[in-house]
Ligand binder design. Structure first.
Ligand code: GCW
Length: 688
């Protein structure tokens, strides 16, 4: 149990006797007429049957019609009840969403009951998970009146899993879906994974890497589709649609058509038949995720066609079935000459896609990374997001900690994502936040939402670091309700995951909330990014990418550092923002400190708004970052005995590794800039 496998679905025994007996009273009998039919309601009942014995040591009695007890739980879609309708219809009607649910205590003449209901089975499942979350946190369920619906329609997860079992940028073991080019259809983990995902409201999962290599190209063929369909069936019973990443050049790769030209009728016909074939085995198939003309993947450019041509060809094929195309905008020149100062990778997505606005079909959605570069610890928000009013969009986050410590370091990413969501793009005046754009409330998108690259693998605890589970949990919760604060999300997660100790809960919340800023402080400074070991992206290598083809440079010399992205004298990237932001980033006076080196090349002696010089800021933050890691390790040690030994030891071990690695970062970054600049640390600390 303490290997972390249950994650936030532990359902540890409720300690408070009063609450436990309250829960027992309300859940002794469960009325659920839909329990027998396979589907999300049945899954919800199963979850209750698993959870309640653990939480309160009582197995609920299932009944089909109205219960005999004076208090009971009633679970089902609105239509499944004959007797509760009036009391719930009003609040349910007020939910404009078929995923919204109601938890309501109803007092009738002869009994009181708690009803969990919604318009669809999926809504009921979400409602039951909410109820269980309340119990796991020790909240009273006596008089509930709770109606909730998700902010985002698409709440997706992307896996970068390969069929050989490896995971691109995976830091938690091997794939839970594949091994040796076979699908693990009998693995019990798949159901548990679906439970975890449904419990945080995820409704779409793409099960393979966006880099679709040869083996995965076959996922859409007779050979493998029946097995993919088995995964889809498990997902379906948890309200989740399965998506696949597809190889843009599948026609060629599979040897069926000798071109992948999107305007060639043979290619179009091939994909239409492919769609028909997929939907014949997976009737609720979600659609395709596509990485095309990106990092050496094939795409329409080969045929002098553009992204709209490519995406629409697939969109046409999926349209009759309601399928979606998630077309990624991570398109840039990955064969850049580092000597060429005019090409700016940050500009690429906007330059490629913005001119295509209005040309994409209704079931095509552009998938845009949160920053213009690549999931760095700090980046400005992508100027492409919101810039195409006539094109559906989803925001792409990265839960897997590729550039944020690879699940060896603690880096709670919810605060980062919240900053992105709260960013007011101004595309339609004040209030045009990313949060609202992704919800489709600024531009009238047909489809929108949020997706993210997940951090799970087959490690016992799914995420490598126990504390990295908080990112996965928080991701789902944030998508359901982005008004939740980072603190609320962290608190919720610790209370469910470490229910035994207040001291542990208090410490972990504080640590999690500070962890992103700690990681930022000892890694690359002031938004400049990178400085990581090439390819692996763990640990420092200041010049690792400096003379490479990847377009990721810091341009440090003996006088200064940073990338000049101004219109006045740099790459002109700032002009991709709305005028207010463009002006703010363009000017040294108004550019925020944390992004200074993303937008400007400045001397080491440049004085920040904080009052420090750039070089002193680098030294100070790097020393401070390591000190904070040391501080939290000391605090954590004080909790010995408060946490089960297994998790205590695991977390202690990872913290030690974080400390060692943060010292490498500190000393290498500080030494590098000391040697480059020749400027001594004001405080005379050790620099090598
Ligand atoms: O962040 C980069 C990663 C690649 C990844 C790519 C992408 C799947 O280093 O591993 O490839 O982004 O998002 O396509």
């Amino acid at each position: 149990k303490n290997n972390g496998y249950d994650a936030w679905l532990r359902y540890d025994k409720v300690k408070d006797d009063g609450l436990a007996s309250q829960y027992r009273e309300w859940t002794a009998e469960i009325v659920a007429s839909e329990a027998a039919v396979e589907g999300p309601v049945a899954s919800a009942i199963k979850e209750l049957q698993l959870a309640l014995p653990r939480l309160i040591g009582q197995t609920p009695k299932l009944v089909e019609e109205k219960a005999a007890s004076k208090r009971f739980l009633a679970i089902g879609t609105l239509n499944s009840f004959s007797y509760v309708e009036e009391a719930v219809q009003g609040p349910i009607a007020a939910l404009n969403d078929d995923e919204g649910y109601l938890l309501k205590t109803i007092t009738a003449a002869d009994c009181s009951y708690l009803v969990v209901t919604g318009k669809t089975e999926r809504a009921v499942l979400y409602g039951v998970f909410h109820l269980l979350r309340l119990m796991a946190q020790g909240e009273s369920i006596q008089s509930l009146q709770l109606a909730e619906q998700p902010k985002y329609r698409l709440r997706m997860i992307n896996h970068w899993d390969n069929m050989d079992g490896s995971i691109e940028r995976g830091y938690a073991g091997r794939s839970i879906f594949y091994r040796n080019n076979e699908l693990l259809v009998d693995s019990p983990r798949i159901v548990d994974y679906a439970r975890l995902m449904a419990s945080i409201g995820i409704n779409g999962i793409a099960i393979n890497n966006v880099n679709v290599h040869r083996a995965e190209t076959f996922l859409i063929t007779d050979k493998l589709l029946p097995q993919v369909a088995q995964f889809a069936a498990i997902f379906r019973s948890y309200g989740i649609k399965l998506f696949l990443s597809v190889n843009y050049a599948a026609t060629i790769e599979l040897g069926e058509v000798d071109t992948a030209d999107p305007l060639d009728p043979r290619v179009q016909e091939w994909w239409k038949q492919k769609a028909e074939q997929i939907y014949s085995v997976i009737p609720d198939f979600g659609g395709f995720v596509v990485k095309a003309d990106s990092e050496n993947r094939p795409g329409p450019f080969t045929y002098n066609r553009d992204h709209a041509d490519g995406a629409n060809m697939l969109g046409e094929a999926l349209k009759p079935y309601g399928g979606l195309v998630l077309w990624r905008c991570f398109v840039y020149d990955c064969h850049q000459d580092w000597r060429d100062r005019s090409t700016d990778r940050a500009r690429a997505a906007y330059d490629h896609f913005k001119p295509l606005d209005g040309r994409f079909l209704d079931n095509v959605i552009l998938q845009i990374k949160n920053g213009p570069m690549d999931f760095q610890v700090r980046e400005p928000v992508s100027p492409l997001f919101g810039a195409m009013p006539n094109t559906n969009a989803v925001m792409e986050f990265q839960i897997t900690q590729e550039y944020t410590g690879q699940q060896r370091h603690v880096c709670f990413l919810i605060p980062q994502w919240k900053e992105v969501l709260e960013f007011d793009t101004k595309v339609k005046g004040d209030g045009s936040t990313v949060k609202e754009i992704a919800a489709g409330s600024i531009h009238p998108y047909a489809h929108s939402g949020i997706t993210a690259v997940t951090n799970v693998g087959d490690d016992d605890n799914w995420t490598g670091h126990h504390l990295a589970q908080a990112n996965l949990y928080g991701y789902g919760r944030l998508l359901w309700n982005p008004e939740l604060s980072s603190e609320q999300i962290a608190e919720e997660w610790v209370r469910i995951t470490f229910p035994d100790s207040d001291a542990v809960q208090q410490l972990l919340v504080k640590f999690l909330l500070e962890s992103w800023s700690i990681y930022e402080s000892y890694t690359s400074p002031l938004g400049v990014g990178w400085m990581v070991t090439p390819h692996y992206h763990y640990g420092p290598d200041i010049d690792g990418y400096e003379y490479s083809k990847w377009g990721t440079y810091h341009f440090a010399d003996h006088k200064g550092i940073g990338v000049n992205r101004t219109v006045a004298s740099g790459t002109g990237y700032t002009s991709q923002y709305e005028p207010e932001h463009a002006a703010r980033y363009e000017s040294l006076e108004t550019c925020p400190d944390e992004l200074l080196l993303f937008f400007h090349h400045v001397p080491y002696t440049h004085v920040l708004h904080s009052g420090k010089t750039v070089i002193q800021h680098i030294y100070d933050t790097h020393f401070a970052g390591v000190e904070r890691v040391e501080y939290w390790i000391e605090r954590w040690k004080e909790l010995a005995g408060e946490v089960d030994e297994q998790r205590f030891a695991h977390i202690s071990g990872r913290l030690q590794e974080q400390l060692e690695n943060s010292k490498e970062w500190r000393d290498i970054v500080n030494t590098y800039f000391f040697r480059k600049s020749g400027i001594a640390d004001e405080k005379g600390r050790t620099i090598y």
